[in-house]
Design a protein around this ligand. Structure first.
Ligand code: GCU
Length: 429
C-alpha cells in the first residue's frame, strides 16, 4: 500500500447549460459602469501581518504565503476537509482506442472511505495512445457528469446528484441519456491529446453536490470531526471540490501514464474559482488555469463590478465559508483581495482567461487580479504581466503568467484550449 504525499494511502491502482446564467432580478442591480467602481486600496502582498516587508522568496515561502492562505481560509473559502481518508481505486473500464484511436481512455473509481457504500469519485482519464512514457496532463472538474464529456454510450453515467434541467430531461436530480456529450464542446479533447497531453476529469457533484443544504452533504460533512455547530471558517463546496482535486492528484501520483509532477489544474467559472483555490492549497499542481472565474475567483472583489460578494453569498450560500458573508455589501472591509489568491500560485505558471461578453465575471477585474499578483512573481525573478493596460481582444499575453480576453460569452471554447496548450508547451515541457 503506497503512502502518499498528503498523508492518505492508496491501495492498488489499477449541461448544466444554464449554469452560467445570471440569476433573474440580480443582474439588473449589478454595476457595469467603470466610472462607478469604488475607490479601493489593495492589501500589500509583500508585507507580513506584523508589518515587515517581504523582500526575498524565502520570506514569502517561509511566512507570508501561509498568512495569505490562512486569510482565504478564514474569510473566503473556509478550511479544506482534514479528516483521514483511505483512497482505494478500481479500474472500471479501459478502452485502448478511444477518440478514433487517438487515446487510451480509462474510468477509475476512487473510493474515499474504506466502506464501499461511502462516497466515491469517478476519474475519467485520457492519455495519448502513441506517446511512450508519462505525459503532462490537465486535471479539471466537469459540470454534468463524465458521460457529458464525450458522447460514447459506453461511458459510465454518473449516479451522483445532478441539477434538474428541462433541456436535458433531468428530473429528480438523476442524469439522463440526453446528457451524453452535452459538455463535449468545453473539452477540446482531440487538440489536447494530439498535443501530447493527458486529460483527467471528475464530475464535481461526486465530491459535493452543488446545492445548499446547510453543509450537511458531500465530503466536507463526512470528514467533519464533530457534529457540533459549524464554525465560521469551515469550508464550503469550493473547498470540498478543491480537496477532491488534490485526492485525484494523489491517485495520479501512482499512475503509469501520467506525470504527476506536470499536472495543470484547470477550471471554468465556479470551477475556475475552485482551480485557483486548489492550486493555492496544493503546491504539487505544476500549473494553475482559471477560465472566466469572476467573483470569488480571479476578479478583484473590492471593484464590486458585475457579481458582488453579497450577491454570490445570497445565491450560492454553500460555496464559501460563513465568515465570507460579513463582507456582503462590505467588500472594502475584506483584509484581502483576489490578486492574493492568484499570487498563491507563484512561482508556478498561472493563466487567467476572460471573455468580453462575460461582464458578470468582470473581465477587467480578472485581468487586474492577475496584474496585481505580479510582485510575487517578480520576487522570484519571474516575469509577471508587463503593464496594467488590458491587451486587445484575442491577443494573449504569455510570460511566466498568461492572460487573454477573447470575443464571445461565458464559456470554455477551443480558442481557450489553444492558448492553454501554448502556455503549457512553454512551461510544462
Ligand atoms: C453563476 C455565478 C458565477 C459562477 C457561474 C458558474 O453565474 O453567479 O459566480 O461563476 O454561475 O459557475 O457557471
Amino acid at each position: 500500500m503506497a503512502q502518499l504525499a498528503s498523508g492518505v494511502s492508496v491501495a492498488g491502482l489499477a449541461l448544466l447549460t444554464s449554469l452560467t446564467c445570471v440569476p433573474a432580478g440580480i443582474a439588473q442591480e449589478a454595476n457595469y459602469d467603470e466610472s462607478r467602481v469604488p475607490k479601493f486600496v489593495l492589501p500589500d502582498l509583500l508585507q507580513t501581518e506584523s508589518g515587515q516587508p517581504v523582500t526575498t522568496p524565502e520570506h514569502w515561502v517561509g511566512q507570508r504565503r501561509a498568512e495569505v492562505v490562512r486569510l482565504f481560509e478564514q474569510h473566503v473559502f473556509g478550511r479544506l476537509p482534514t479528516g483521514d481518508v483511505m483512497l482505494r481505486t478500481q479500474l472500471r473500464s479501459s478502452v485502448p482506442d478511444a477518440l478514433q484511436g487517438l487515446a487510451h481512455r480509462r474510468e477509475v473509481t476512487v473510493y474515499l472511505t474504506p466502506d464501499d457504500a461511502g462516497p466515491k469519485m469517478e476519474l475519467l482519464i485520457y492519455t495519448p495512445r502513441d506517446v511512450k512514457g508519462k505525459v503532462p496532463a490537465f486535471l479539471g472538474l466537469n459540470f454534468n457528469g463524465n458521460q457529458a464529456v464525450e458522447a460514447d454510450p459506453r461511458l459510465h453515467m454518473t449516479e451522483s446528484w445532478v441539477r434538474n434541467n428541462k433541456e436535458l430531461g433531468i428530473e429528480n436530480n438523476r442524469a439522463t441519456e440526453a446528457t451524453r456529450g452535452s459538455e463535449a464542446d468545453r473539452w477540446d479533447l482531440e487538440r489536447i491529446i494530439k498535443a501530447g497531453y493527458g486529460l483527467v476529469t471528475i464530475y464535481y457533484g461526486d465530491i459535493d453536490p452543488d446545492f445548499d443544504d446547510g453543509f450537511q452533504n458531500g465530503i466536507h460533512a463526512i470528514l467533519r470531526k464533530t457534529a457540533a455547530e459549524r464554525e465560521g471558517d469551515e469550508g464550503g463546496s469550493i473547498s470540498a471540490w478543491a480537496w477532491g482535486l488534490s485526492r485525484a492528484l494523489d491517485v495520479l501520483q501512482t499512475d503509469s501514464e501520467i506525470d504527476a509532477s506536470r499536472v495543470a489544474v484547470f477550471g471554468h467559472s465556479r470551477l475556475g474559482k475552485t482551480s485557483l483555490w486548489a492550486g493555492a492549497t496544493d503546491e504539487r499542481f505544476a500549473m494553475v488555469i482559471s477560465n472566466n472565474s469572476g467573483c470569488g475567483g480571479a476578479a478583484l472583489s473590492k471593484r464590486a463590478f458585475g457579481e458582488t460578494v453579497g450577491r454570490i453569498n445570497r445565491v450560492f450560500p454553500h460555496w464559501f465559508c460563513v465568515n465570507h458573508r460579513k463582507y456582503n455589501e462590505n467588500e472594502q472591509a475584506l483584509p484581502l483581495d483576489h490578486h492574493m489568491l492568484i499570487a498563491l500560485a507563484a512561482p508556478r505558471p498561472v493563466y487567467v482567461a476572460s471573455a468580453v461578453e462575460d461582464e458578470w465575471a468582470d473581465p477587467r477585474g480578472e485581468f487586474l487580479g492577475l496584474y496585481h499578483a505580479g510582485p510575487v512573481y517578480s520576487l522570484f525573478g519571474l516575469k509577471p504581466l508587463p503593464s496594467d493596460v488590458m491587451p486587445e481582444l484575442n491577443q494573449p499575453i504569455m510570460t511566466d503568467v498568461g492572460y487573454h480576453i477573447r470575443s464571445g460569452k461565458h464559456d470554455v471554447t477551443d480558442y481557450d484550449w489553444e492558448q492553454f496548450l501554448k502556455f503549457a508547451d512553454k512551461h510544462l515541457r
